[in-house]
Design a protein around this ligand. Structure first.
Ligand code: FA5
Length: 373
């Protein structure tokens, strides 16, 4: 800093020498020209035109000059600062234009490209799983059979050996289609399982019959985490000569290997269905923990709720009365059948906690299953 005006020492005001002012100006102009973008220019502005820049500091020295020298020095410094300000303005305009040009090029939209008005849809995970389950049997030589969702009571119950007073026939379990009188005596209902397709297939096809039937079924169940009033089943039916429960076990094992991989055990637990005798509930060893989660201290398993086994559905040897209903000689032919729940399979196969997510239509549930069309 300079001393008082009276004791002016020319050595201390070197910054005001014409060469020095010119050097500071040229240095600033060089830095401005070199600034590659607006950010860099901002730093150059602070360094060469800010309050602490060399020329601003030199400007403060003017007061320390003898009065005769002040005007000259003031002009020099003023001209240098004006040149710098002008160069900053010009470079800023240039860099702004360059930035805008780049943004326009980078964000350019080709309005001639083809586009989809609506996002592409995909099949529901239940549909693809149902097909995959059926495919395992198709690969073993089974055919796909179908039947109506609005079904005759005879196919849904009578032909399957349900007694006239069986509780499943009441409105508590079954959704009847109102008859002319408006009551439940129309003889028409929403099928409660895919088993009526057994009888339809036996009536429509020549023997032997090897079919699977995927389809929608209806029950007057309250929706909760593991129940839905509308759900899907995969029915399987074989009727041929010499068929036993051993063939059923083999087919179920092949299905599990096809869907979940080799080496998982199965077990049959005694059960009751009017249309199979003997009947069983079929369980598979948990594919996630392979039964290990039942061991004391083992980490819990979400797939089987640490039970080690997963319930797949019902099955059994076709009751001879069903064969008789379809006009087949039970002395010559025998068969087996099973019925698996597709929603429950999706739940344990993919760790879905709540069945309601499957039909509430929120794509946050379906998207992780992929966009298979
Ligand atoms: C039956 O429906 C028999 N027709 C299965 C059968 C076929 C047995 C052939 C023997 C021979 P069940 O009512 O247990 O059985 O249902 C079979 C499967 O459907 C169950 O294991 C379960 O996975 C599924 N299921 C049953 N009720 C519901 C429901 N409300 N919501 C979702 N899934 C269900």
């Amino acid at each position: 800093m300079s001393a008082s005006k009276q004791s002016y020492d020319p050595v201390e005001v070197t910054p005001l020498h014409p060469e020095e002012v010119a050097r500071m100006r040229d240095e600033a102009l060089g830095a401005i020209a070199k600034a590659a973008d607006l950010d860099e220019l901002k730093h150059v502005r602070i360094a060469h035109a800010g309050d602490r820049s060399p020329l601003a500091l030199a400007n403060r020295e003017i007061g320390a000059l003898p009065p005769a020298a002040r005007a000259d020095a003031g002009k020099r410094v003023g001209a240098a600062r004006a040149a710098i300000a002008e160069a900053l303005r010009a470079r800023e305009t240039e860099l702004e234009e360059e930035r805008d040009r780049r943004a326009l090029a980078e964000e350019a939209v080709d309005v001639t490209l083809p586009w989809d008005r609506a996002p592409r849809g995909a099949r529901h995970p239940l549909t693809t799983l149902q097909e995959r389950m059926a495919d395992v049997f198709v690969a073993m030589g089974f055919e796909i059979a179908e039947g109506p969702e609005v079904e005759a009571e005879w196919f849904n119950f009578d032909a399957l050996n349900f007694e006239p007073d069986h509780p499943a026939r009441t409105m508590q379990d079954t959704l009847f289609v109102a008859g002319a009188s408006g009551g439940e005596d129309s003889g028409v209902l929403l099928r409660t399982h895919t088993s009526p397709v057994q009888v339809r297939a036996l009536l429509a096809r020549p023997l032997p019959v090897y079919v699977v039937c995927p389809g929608k079924v209806f029950r007057s169940d309250e929706p909760d985490a593991t129940h839905s009033p509308v759900f899907h089943q995969l029915e399987g039916l074989v009727v041929d000569e010499g068929i036993t429960m051993a063939h059923l076990r083999g087919a179920i094992d092949a299905f599990i290997a096809g869907m979940f991989g080799e080496g998982l055990a199965t077990r049959f637990r005694p059960s009751y269905f009017p249309f199979t005798e003997p009947s069983a509930e079929v369980d598979m060893q948990c594919f996630a923990c392979r039964g290990a989660s039942v061991e004391p201290g083992a980490p819990p398993c979400r797939a089987c709720k640490s039970e080690g086994w997963i319930e797949l559905g019902g099955c059994g040897v076709v009751n001879p009365w069903v064969l008789v209903s379809a006009g087949i000689d039970p002395e010559r032919y025998s068969g087996w059948a099973f019925g698996l729940g597709v929603e429950r399979t999706l739940m344990f196969r993919h760790g879905a906690e709540d069945m309601r997510d499957m039909f509430e239509g929120d794509i946050r549930f379906t998207l992780p299953f992929g966009m298979e069309v």
